[in-house]
Design a protein around this ligand. Structure first.
Ligand code: HEC
Length: 367
């Protein structure tokens, strides 16, 4: 399972740590957040099995947080754009209606005019509210039509469109809405407009006075900084989702899984003596340029009158982390306000790229 393990702590340190830890009162899991397990109830695993469980728990937590963070930072962007286009849509003049509300989308057809493609979404009545927003890499226009179903298929259908602006539209039926995703072969979604009348929503891409010049369409900047709204939106990933994931693991297995740091934002994430030693070791490795993405500390130790696998993986600062853990100038003012209000003892700022932010730590009793 583990491709590369560096065990940065030497035996003398371990003995010293074990001595300190043994001198402390017995760690109780109830204090760690679970009230369901006494340690006597725990399944005692072999070292190999415990390592497997620890590896899986840590990797899942990291993968999940990363995905959630990326999505949150991107969706913040999308919802802002949705607001803008919704505002634009509502300022449009009232259009002709059939007088009865559509219940489903019945067909989708496209037509090319001079330098424009019109995609007509037909329904069995008037299409009411809809929202749209643009996503890039790859370029997509997302249109949500609310309070309506689709007759096209119960699942997602994809309809090819013969156009230089859009190559296909994917239609997905969800509770309360139908989502249409227009995929463009271009680097960015071309200029487009909506017209909603008499049982049809028409999305027109390009237009007669829109001069399409491939050269002018630039690749969107990959590293576009997320807006402060997106960052606020992402806070819950680090402040709720990650703690929920660690708590769930502990509740289900009785084994301890924590995020810890030497400079905590939340005092609950305080490392124990052993973790503190390992975190300092990770920092030393980092200074020497020896800390790798694969670095893991893994050791079986005698502590609290038992044998435990200690499995600790460092968490390093990447670019998105700077939005909330970087220098004050990196952190939007609304985010700073949120942090100082909710974490009055916050120590978790001032980090730079590559710094050790903390670690994910697992402790599992072994045979
Ligand atoms: C949107 C803001 C935000 C971003 C981005 C963010 N964090 Fe956090 N982070 C927080 C908050 C808020 C907490 C406090 C969590 C809690 O209450 O347990 C936190 C806590 C932590 C903790 C637990 C230790 C402590 O200080 O309490 C670690 C470890 C951590 N973050 C690492 C990271 C890493 C690594 C990244 C980048 C991949 C990152 N964070 C990105 C807001 C953020």
């Amino acid at each position: 399972m583990i491709r590369h393990i560096t065990a940065p702590i030497n035996t003398t340190i371990i003995t010293a740590v074990a001595a300190i830890v043994l001198a402390l009162p017995v760690y109780s899991l109830a204090a760690g957040g679970s009230s369901y397990y006494g340690e006597e109830d725990l399944v005692i695993l072999s070292e190999a099995k415990a390592t497997e469980v620890a590896t899986r728990a840590v990797e899942e937590l990291l993968k999940n947080s990363k995905e959630k963070l990326t999505r949150a930072l991107a969706s913040g962007k999308a919802s802002e754009e949705a607001k803008i286009s919704k505002a634009a849509a509502t300022t449009k003049k009232k259009e002709e209606t059939l007088g009865y509300q559509a219940t489903k989308i019945t067909s989708i057809a496209s037509k090319n005019h001079h330098r424009a493609t019109a995609v007509t979404i037909s329904a069995d009545g008037d299409i009411g509210e809809y929202d749209s927003f643009v996503l890039d890499s790859p370029a997509r226009l997302v249109v949500d039509v609310w309070d309506i179903g689709s007759e096209l298929s119960s699942r997602t259908v994809s309809i090819d469109i013969d156009s230089e602006y859009v190559e296909k539209v994917r239609v997905g039926t969800h509770p309360g809405k139908v989502r249409l995703v227009f995929d463009s072969p271009l680097a960015t979604i071309p200029k487009h407009s909506f017209s909603n009348s008499r049982g049809a929503l028409v999305v027109t891409f390009g237009n007669a006075d829109y001069e399409y010049k491939a050269k002018e369409i630039k690749k969107p900047k990959k590293d576009k900084a997320p807006s402060s709204a997106a960052i606020l939106n992402a806070i819950s990933v680090c402040s709720k989702d990650a703690p929920n994931m660690t708590k769930k693991f502990t509740d289900e297995t009785g084994y301890r899984l924590k995020r810890v740091s030497l400079k905590m934002r939340n005092p609950e994430n305080k490392p124990d003596h052993y973790e503190r030693r390992v975190l300092r070791d990770f920092e030393r490795l980092k200074k020497k340029g020896l800390l790798k993405g694969t670095t893991i500390h893994k050791r079986v130790v005698d502590e609290d009158g038992g044998r435990y696998l200690r499995y600790i993986k460092p968490l390093v600062i990447h670019k998105p982390c700077l939005n909330c853990h970087g220098r004050a100038s990196n952190i939007p003012v609304e985010v700073r306000k949120f942090i100082s209000k909710n974490y009055p003892d916050d120590k978790a700022t001032g980090y730079r790229l590559g710094d050790v932010r903390g670690a994910v730590s697992v402790r599992i009793p072994v045979k």
